[in-house]
Design a binder for this molecule. Structure first.
Ligand code: ATP
Length: 618
């Protein structure tokens, strides 16, 4: 099982990320296809999964990160799209190449010969790789991926260059691999191919998860069968087809795309009316995806996953409760009879004000600055609200994404159809986990003593769905590992590792505490809670990980520094540290939680101060 959570990658600062908060599962016994146009981020996702690139998010293969798998070549067969089409050195023969790889993987050379047979390369096994066609290269690369007899396959555009007959063979091969219990994640640009290969289709659109659907639903909602007709008398045929109840649209110069009438009927109609046809063929076109409706309910997908500690959850819940009560108080404040309301109208005695969608306009309750709002957060907010103004108008009662729509909601006050007795409760803020660096990233590897101590004290970590968390047993990835080596509670739907429900294997995490730790510091809340844009410091590289994606311990310290007062310039001794002046233990303690990490570290102080300034300037 592959569990992908919050994969995010930004190649260039200031540009939209190539991948943003990609979250889905690839389950054993299934072929999962990652579908997306050119540049959608499919290859980036696969490279992040096997840690060939640095980014954010977490990928678990049967509960372990790629790095923690002792012999990955024996467990995960990887076929990545590379710039070079060659599967090996052009001067080397395919058999020699594969046998050499077999030696490296530690399997008998006989396995190489078997795989040449399996991949239909036995006939050219002694040819030089340089003479291979693109399809042969692809099959040789697939054979290499299969050498270690893996149980999981990660295949980037595996059918590229394959002939139709080999595509068919490949489809059958993937099917049998999955039927034997294997996990397959393959990418493609072609929706038809996805429909042919997959049990589950995950659609990427410009780096964002657009849909996650079983193949039957994908075919029904996304694929649209049409009949393509070409000929010299298309205008006449179009009239006849419309009269028969078909839907007709123009396709190119002399073509019609017809739906609602079958190919045979169209052919017969044309024949009966003496209309010459040059082409009559079935085809399937892709409908544009309308997300987030195509995301599975309760899946905690795209921006609705938050990884936070219990302590953080409690703090956030308290914040939200306070905000709700303030909002409700504002919404329920009945104007005195005869008193003029802000819109100029005079309220009648006992009349209630119209409900405001989102937060009421006007001055907002003061909130502490939160440094964890990111450029990426704003992209996430945009991703979650593909058409916010329309939604705000069309769904006045919908509270499903209150935070992401808050900027629009503040300006648009929409009266409810009937004045409700009370303001509907505000759903929990959808939050995006953008904190999790892949384990190559510094935040995972650079654990400090303070963080370790913090991980010990923060007894539980939970991964919860934001707006959809209320749905019981709805496939939300929900991990509640206990303190290191301690008790780990099961998910609310009953089990720690129910196949198909997207759970991180709690038992595995118990056995591999480092994997549990990887989850512990991953926390950012409040994507979309920061309408005020956060800008990078001048001259400072802006990337998804530049400020907000710090270990939470540091973030908390920054907040505490702010509470204690403005940061002082780097290198200058603090008031309390000036020679001859006694220190103020209370303040120092606040700046150095745990009393370990960063103590008396002027560079660390400078960095934290810079972050404080950056956000404070907003
Ligand atoms: N090394 C890189 N440096 C900068 N940008 C990159 C790099 N690699 C990929 N990108 C950008 O990231 C985005 C996603 O690229 P990616 O290769 O993952 O897309 P893809 O879905 O695999 O496309 P294709 O189907 O063409 O392989 C693209 O906009 C691409 O330009």
């Amino acid at each position: 099982m592959i569990q992908i959570t919050g994969l995010t990658k930004a190649y260039r600062r200031g540009r939209p990320p190539a991948l943003l908060d990609l979250t889905f599962d690839a389950r054993p016994g299934m072929v999962t296809v990652l579908l997306g146009d050119e540049g959608a981020g499919k290859s980036t996702a696969l490279r992040l999964m096997v840690e060939l690139e640095r980014g954010h998010g977490l990928t678990l293969f049967d509960g372990r990160t790629y790095r923690r798998i002792r012999r990955p070549e024996r467990e995960i067969g990887v076929l990545l799209a590379s710039g070079r089409p060659e599967a090996g050195h052009p001067g080397q023969r395919a058999r020699v190449h594969l046998r050499m790889l077999a030696g490296a993987v530690g399997v008998p050379v006989r396995r190489a010969d078997d795989l040449l047979e399996q991949t239909r390369l036995a006939g050219v096994a002694d040819h030089r790789i340089g003479t291979f066609s693109p399809g042969m290269h692809r099959r040789l690369a697939l054979a290499a991926a299969l050498l270690g007899n893996p149980s999981t396959l990660l295949l980037d555009a595996p059918t590229e260059g394959l002939s139709p007959s080999n595509e068919e063979w490949f489809g059958a091969f993937l099917r049998s691999f999955a039927l034997s219990g294997g996990t397959v994640l393959a990418t493609t640009r072609a929706p038809e191919e996805a429909a042919a290969l997959a049990d589950r289709v995950v659609t990427l659109d410009a780096g964002r998860l657009a849909a996650d659907q079983p193949v039957v639903e994908f075919r029904r909602t996304r694929l649209h069968p049409e009949v393509l007709v070409r000929g010299p008398q298309m205008a006449r045929l179009a009239d006849l087809l419309v009269a028969q109840g078909g839907q007709v649209r123009r396709d190119g110069g002399a073509g019609l795309a017809v739906s609602g009438i079958g190919r045979t009927e169209i052919g017969e109609l044309a024949y009966r009316n003496g209309i010459l046809l040059h082409e009559l063929s079935d085809r399937v076109v892709e409908r544009p995806v309308s997300y987030p409706s195509a995301l599975p309910s309760g899946s905690g997908r795209s921006g609705q996953v938050a990884i936070r500690t219990v302590r953080q959850a409690q703090r956030q819940d308290q914040d939200q409760t306070q905000e709700q009560s303030q909002d409700q108080a504002a919404a329920h404040r009945e104007p005195a009879a005869g008193q003029e309301e802000p819109d100029g109208r005079t309220a009648a005695p006992g009349e209630q004000r119209p409900v405001t969608v989102g937060r009421p306009a006007g001055p907002q309750p003061e909130r502490p600055l939160d440094h964890r709002g990111l450029q990426a957060g704003r992209w996430a907010a945009a991703a979650l609200a593909p058409n916010p103004p329309v939604q705000a108008q069309a769904q006045p009662q919908t509270q499903a994404q209150p935070q992401t729509q808050a900027p629009q909601a503040q300006t648009a006050s929409v009266p409810a159809p009937t004045p409700p007795a009370q303001v509907p409760p505000v759903a929990p803020a959808p939050t995006v986990d953008l904190t999790r660096r892949t384990p190559r990233g510094s935040s995972a590897l650079g654990r400090t003593t303070a963080r370790a101590a913090e991980a010990e004290s923060e007894a539980e970590t939970e991964v919860e769905s934001g707006a959809e968390a209320a749905e019981p047993g709805a496939g939300v990835s929900d991990v509640r590992p206990g303190a290191r080596g301690g008790e780990r509670s099961a998910r609310p739907d009953g089990g720690g590792a129910v196949p198909g429900l997207g759970a991180v294997d709690a038992e595995h995490l118990a056995a591999n505490p480092t994997d549990a730790e990887l989850l512990t510091p991953a926390r950012i809340r409040g994507v979309g809670q920061h309408p005020a844009p956060v800008r990078p410091l001048p001259g400072r590289p802006w990337s998804v990980g530049s400020t907000g994606l710090r270990p939470a311990g540091r973030t908390e310290r920054v907040e505490r520094i702010e509470q204690a007062g403005p940061a002082e310039p780097a290198g200058r001794p603090r008031e309390s540290e000036k020679p001859g002046e006694p220190g103020q233990p209370g303040q120092q303690g606040a700046e150095r939680p745990g009393g370990a990490d960063g103590a008396a570290d002027p560079r660390g102080t400078a960095r934290r101060s810079a972050v404080g300034d950056e956000n404070g300037s907003e």
